[in-house]
Design a protein around this ligand. Structure first.
Ligand code: TYD
Ligand code: MG
Length: 455
């Protein structure tokens, strides 16, 4: 019988090799290489201590199971992002820049869940208990029945959780946790991976929900190559601009609900308060229409959100004109500038272009294309788009306008906020209900001619 080929794996970087060595050639770490022992290896005949696993039970797809019961904490913005409340035994990662408000959000959430009857434990690895208590006092949460600990030793934490059996455990943060069976410093990739793995499998086994806080590193990743994201059921990012008081909690992955759902909060002196009508907030400081300002009727998750796009176009003193974007994809901006030039004969050469999404919002929908084009044109031609108009639609490379999803919801939201007309692609399914005057356009050149009287 042919001898099975041995393989070796580095525990630090995951590189595999065919022979053992003291130092990993891929990452340079010492003593990290060990032989793999594949689970499927070994003859079945080995009876005592056999290497074969037990047979598992297979079911069919029609097996009926009741949907998991969820608990809502009463903060609507959080419950919705979770997909309609907290699922028992689920593992949730909340990522975000340091100082954005993760600990504040989760202390408030812990208090709410505890108040609606879920036994909740909050473990802080970053702050002393006294500090957390001071924050709780400032947030007016001292009456909430949350149990608190300041600890980083994962073995002790797991033992305690096993004994206490809370319904929810919050671990702030995963980077400070220390698993003593892993030989590297807290915060390193292998520690974070091990800690997250222990906590998520523990959550599943005991039916305890865990929320892990993860700091995003400079590269925009949660320590290590997104090692934690795939282990958990739900990944939420807490985002916002430092200068702005809004914070957006965004679901980027959710096994129990729609991804891309957002919850909007405002950071106040007494913690985070929910913003129930974000459109009104994002448009609140809008003055009379200035050239370059356009309102885009967007959809975030299941909810329509109106945001203002602002563009500035000015002659450039540089040989390489500037293209500066905040809250929108710069590649997509380049594409729209190219389409405007190639299909409508409107060049932006020699002009600096600045594009902003107001309020620190980030938009990723292609449906914003037409609104971006409108903002750019409006800035370039120094002509305002009427104040009561919203714009949406996708632009293709040919310059044609493509209809986008959820047109009716976009129009309804606009109407609710007092807008009276909309510019949208032809073939948009506007339905009958909308009271807005919808101008339908089939291509970008037609739009330019109609709105700016050029073409
Ligand atoms: P924090 O929750 O500690 O951030 P993270 O855990 O993400 O690192 O939030 C820190 C910031 O929030 C800090 O700059 C102060 C501000 N803050 C308020 O504005 N109001 C408050 O009530 C609280 C508790 C914090
Ligand atoms: Mg914190």
């Amino acid at each position: 019988m042919a001898k099975a080929q041995k393989t070796f794996t580095c525990s630090a970087c995951g590189a595999s090799s065919s022979k053992w060595s003291g130092r990993c050639e891929a990452c340079g770490e010492w003593n990290t290489i060990s032989e793999d022992t594949p689970l499927s290896a070994g003859p079945a005949t080995k009876s005592l201590g056999g290497t074969r696993g037990a047979s598992i039970t297979l079911t069919d797809l029609s097996t009926e199971e009741a949907p998991p019961p969820r608990t809502e904490c009463g903060v609507g913005e959080l419950d919705r992002v979770l997909g309609g409340g907290l699922v028992p035994g689920s593992a949730i990662l909340v990522g975000g820049d340091p100082g954005i408000g993760k600990s504040t959000l989760l202390l408030q959430a812990a208090a709410r869940f505890a108040q609606v009857g879920l036994p909740t434990i909050y473990v802080s690895g970053e702050e002393a208990s006294a500090q957390v208590r001071m924050r709780a006092q400032r947030l007016g949460l001292t009456d909430a029945p949350v149990r608190l600990a300041a600890e980083t030793n994962l073995r002790d934490i797991l033992t305690t959780l096993d004994a206490e059996r809370p319904a929810l455990a919050i671990i702030d943060s995963i980077q400070t946790m220390w698993a003593d069976n892993v030989d590297s410093a807290p915060g390193s990739v292998s520690q974070v991976r091990a800690a997250a793995h222990e906590l998520t499998t523990f959550a599943k086994k005991r039916g305890i929900s865990v929320i892990l806080v993860g700091h995003v590193t400079k590269e925009g990743q949660i320590a290590g190559p997104r090692v934690v994201e795939h282990m958990v059921d739900t990944v939420l990012y807490f985002e916002g601009e430092r200068g702005h008081q809004f914070r957006i909690l965004r679901a980027v992955k959710n096994r129990f609900g729609p991804a891309d759902e957002i919850g909007v909060f405002e950071m106040t002196g007494a913690g985070l308060s929910e913003v129930v009508n974000p459109s009104a907030l994002f448009l609140s400081d809008r003055e009379d229409p200035a050239p370059g300002s356009v309102v885009f009727a967007g959809i975030e998750g299941t909810r329509p959100v109106l945001v203002e796009l602002q563009a500035l176009v000015a002659p450039s003193p540089h040989s390489q004109p500037r293209r500066s974007v905040l809250g929108w994809d710069s590649g997509r901006l380049a594409m729209i500038l190219a389409v405007l030039e190639a299909r409508c004969g409107i060049p932006f050469a020699g002009l600096d272009v600045y594009l902003n999404v107001a309020g620190g919002m980030k938009i990723s929908e292609p449906a914003a294309d037409l609104a971006v084009a409108a903002a750019l044109l409006s800035a370039r031609e120094d002509a305002s788009i009427p104040k009561d108009t919203v714009v949406f639609g996708e632009i293709s490379l040919s310059g044609a306008l493509r209809p986008v999803g959820q047109t009716e919801n976009r129009l309804k939201e606009a109407q609710k906020l007092g807008f009276t007309s909309a510019i949208a692609p032809t073939r948009s399914k506007t339905g009958s209900g909308s009271g807005l005057n919808v101008q339908k356009m089939s291509d970008l050149a037609g739009f330019v001619g109609e709105i700016f009287g050029a073409g």
